[in-house]
Design a protein around this ligand. Sequence first.
Ligand code: FAD
Length: 306
Amino acid sequence: MVVGEALMTGEIFVPAVVANVRAIDPGEVSVVEIALPSEYEIEGVKYPIRDRMSPGTAFLAKPYGVRKKKPQRRMYTRSNCALHSEGVIETVINHTREMKSDTSIWWQSEEARGLPKSRGTIDLLVGFNQNRTELVLYENSVRCETNNLLLEPEWPSMEFVALAFSTGITPFLSYLCYMKSSNFGCSDHHPGVRFSLIASARTPAQLIKHEELLELSRMFPFNFKYYPVLTREWPDSWPYTKGRITRVKGIRNGEEVVDIQPLLDVVPHIRNVHLRMCGGGSALEQLRLGLRQSGQTPLSFRSEVW
Ligand SMILES: Cc1cc2nc3c(=O)[nH]c(=O)nc-3n(C[C@H](O)[C@H](O)[C@H](O)COP(=O)(O)OP(=O)(O)OC[C@H]3O[C@@H](n4cnc5c(N)ncnc54)[C@H](O)[C@@H]3O)c2cc1C
């Protein structure tokens, strides 16, 4: 069946075991781990499957769509990295709570949570390498563009500020996994990357990998800083930003007026950093407006929006 599919569409989907589905906020956000098979047979030939995904890219899977009642093609950004966990792909998936939600409902269901126990699988897209000797896991970006978050090769000498909304933290978790595995780019001659992560979530339960990120910032205080932001609920003692990191103050001449002071309080030197953002389209629009209206232009700006 898959051979036919490969020949007809040029696409090859391989069944990968869903190794773990861990709800971090039950019904809302889950961390998912998917294990690639080591090989796959096409027309009687077994091909090894390689995982060479770069930090900041997404893979393509076929989760079940609850509304459409059949598997759907969906992209997910990897949250770990091939350097550290080759062949085991981690991502974080939320229930979007949108009218159109389809697969994101299924990921929070009992059926999806039961997949690891039953060794259930999900199809992932792979493709042949140039010599057709092996299959390689598909990744959505192959070169750095302003509208993707593939990590640039010069990262060890750069200073980044990454702004993540909800599961928009995934590409930056992948960066951090990769950077940590590469000792944050430190060498005898160079102190390495400077990376600040501002992660915005509605409630404490929806802060993704919060404790791990706090620990990482304690272990690498020069290279990594972590600023969790809570927008809807926070404990009385919350020492970080409370409320949105960019705020719409009103409308002037038909355009929203956006206050980015909470962001500038965290990063006063925004003009001297490479700004990265991942989240929804309206958050991106507000950030762009706020930067323009306050006359702030970072060294570079790249974003990915879902
Ligand atoms: C490159 C890329 C990387 C992605 N990485 C992730 C990821 O790591 N984790 C993840 O949960 N999703 C990710 N997505 C979104 C994912 O592919 C699905 O669109 C999402 O899970 C919703 O699926 P759905 O079938 O329920 O609804 P869809 O029909 O896909 O989308 C329904 C609506 O929800 C909005 N939406 C999409 N994603 C989200 C979200 N995460 N939060 C709130 N609203 C959303 C869409 O804009 C759309 O209006 C990514 C998408 C792309 C294109």
